[in-house]
Design a protein around this ligand. Sequence first.
Ligand code: CA
Length: 534
Amino acid sequence: MRHCVVILFLTVSWFLNGNLLAEDRPNIVFIFSDDHANHAIGAYEGLFASVNPTPNIDALAARGMLFENSFCSNSICGPSRAVILTGLHSHKNGFRKNGDNFDGSQLTFPKLLQKAGYRTAMIGKWHLITNPQGFDYWDILPGQGAYYNPMFISQDNKKYRVEGHCTDIVTDKAIAWLDKTKTTGKPFVLMCQHKAPHRTWMPAIRHLDLYADVELPEPETLFDEWEDNASGAKFQQMEIDRHMHLNFDLHLPLPADYDAKAEKGQSLDKSGWRNKKNMNAAQLAQWDAKWKDRNEAFYAANLEGKDLVRWKFQRYVKNYLRCVKGVDESVGRITDWLNENGMADNTVVIYASDQGFYLGDHGWYDKRWMYDESMMMPLIVSWPGVTKPGSVNDDLVQNLDYAPTFLDIAGVKPPATMQGRSLVPLLEGKTPPDWRESLYYHYYGYPAVHMVPRHCGVRTKNHKLMNFYQFGEWEFYDLKSDPDEIQNLYNKDPQSPQIEELKKELVRLQDLYQDETDLKEKPEDWKQQFRGGQ
Ligand code: CA
């Protein structure tokens, strides 16, 4: 009899605890943007903090933890997303470069959360070619997505158009899903993924006047001439000066006799030009009216040389920050919803972007390189009761860690096959003594748009070693004395103890992560064929 009582008690308490645990498991809201660099976020105290670009993201940081040493493992849109879903480096999940197809049959954190009883949703930019798997609900932008009146692909694989600005529409859809899912009583994970501020930077009409009368500060490296870099830096195609297009990137009107076929070039992106054709008459009229005076002033000024670069920088970064403003408003709307619906206390809110971006740094736009501006990823996590408000973590973390972290938050043991590590102890303020001291990086997209050579490398808190293996060249930086990565110390003394040590560490990481990519230098004629014989 006594045994029966004990068993009954244990059963009831297990059942109650089990249920309570299930109900108490935190929700996860992952707000993810595209190409949002740390230095365009107020909380990261970047170059543009003086214009207060991100009050809602900053408020999230004030409630939670900001990671100041957060990086991607391959600085490009699709690959970063594949790493986040799988917890595996690009060579392991198979999505090495844009244009690859994501193998949706592999293990991902949404599938495991779904199995554990979470409701899962993916809304917005997906960019992995194959349709999402592991989600109770998905509604995605095809490819890069459009800024105005974008097409979506619904879960029944139908394409349909929605009127409005993309950032607002994705937020509306996210909130509509939250409204529906809160009635289920189940914990949930929502991935709200914005297109902005990706090229070609088309803000909502209501943001077009922002910063119009402000002169934004220029980065110190705006006129970098890459004197110390490996040769790839001189042969890239991502300069504000030579490659950023006045009409397609900066939205000056095309000449009436413009022949689209006559202008070719790998760095040309005509998506915004095509998108304008999808604007309705009212949107187009408002868009043109906002730019009219500014465009006329530009033509009257007849700028050239450095003055023209400075003008392009200003228009580019202002439009970029206007797109960021829309994303920041989205963060505000979603966190307001959580407050208004009594769900803020049990929801982990994460803000991140797939990689960083050059905002005139080194004279560039775009990403891809292992230099810090594009290797860095913003990561801000607010977990009420767990993250200390306003805390800053300086451990080396990577997008590789997101999948195990999300699983750990939900009480699901991350599979041993995942290569990242849960950030939950860091969020609790208890960094394990054996936390990593170096990060592995590998970019694969060459030859391809923007012509950034393949490279792999290792970054510690203080140093960075990069191997441009196709060209047999290396770079090494002391990040403490040279945070802008201007002085490549490799050629001064390639056998220095620090370089030898990092070379060993690079090999150790390649063994650890089982990256068996062929790193052989290419023959001379192969190198020259993409460099116009220069
Ligand atoms: Ca991106």
